[in-house]
Design a protein around this ligand. Structure first.
Ligand code: SME
Length: 162
């Protein structure tokens, strides 16, 4: 993997992550391949993460795509879970404590907080990026902004087709 600087001050973390993601994805336009590398980078570089992956929209379900972490639910109906809500509302959903989120789907019982980011190519919803943490309140507004920008890089650098 492209080297990543250690012990970065907080404000440098996402800019450096974006540089790395751009370098890693540039040169390949396949969305599935780039999504696989994106979630691998997020899983390995973000502290306190136990799952990172993509669910692709297939008709009215979200279907498991590339991921890192324990095996997960393969299919999520659009009317369920945090992923379904992010897909329906086409906006990022941050859940500080999944135990307090009605309808949360517990794929990994270790997960305590979650961030789901929709992948939108123009008006077309392609799927969502889902990140889970074993720590409540792990994802802050700065993480949401930094990870939305990482998801935008995936779409910028890939063909929006599977
Ligand atoms: N917790 C998600 C399901 C996917 S797993 O976290 C990998 C949800 O409620 O939609």
């Amino acid at each position: 993997m492209v080297p990543f600087p250690q012990n970065l001050p907080e404000e440098r973390f996402y800019p450096e992550l974006h540089k790395l993601v751009r370098a890693l994805l540039t040169g390949e336009r396949d969305l599935q391949a780039n999504a696989a590398n994106l979630v691998a980078v997020l899983y390995h570089l973000l502290p306190k993460i136990n799952w990172a992956g993509v669910y692709w929209l297939r008709r009215s379900d979200l279907v498991l795509g590339p991921f890192q972490g324990k095996p997960a639910c393969t299919r999520i109906a659009l009317n369920s879970g945090v992923c379904g809500l992010a897909a329906r509302e086409r906006r990022s959903i941050r859940v500080d404590d999944v135990l307090l989120f009605p309808g949360h789907i517990a794929c990994d019982p270790d997960s305590r907080s979650e961030l789901v980011i929709p992948l939108l190519a123009g008006d077309t919803l392609l799927g969502v990026v889902d990140l889970d943490s074993p720590e409540a309140g792990r994802f802050q507004p700065a993480d949401q902004a930094g990870l939305e920008a990482a998801a935008a890089l995936l779409l910028e650098l890939s063909e929006p087709r599977l």
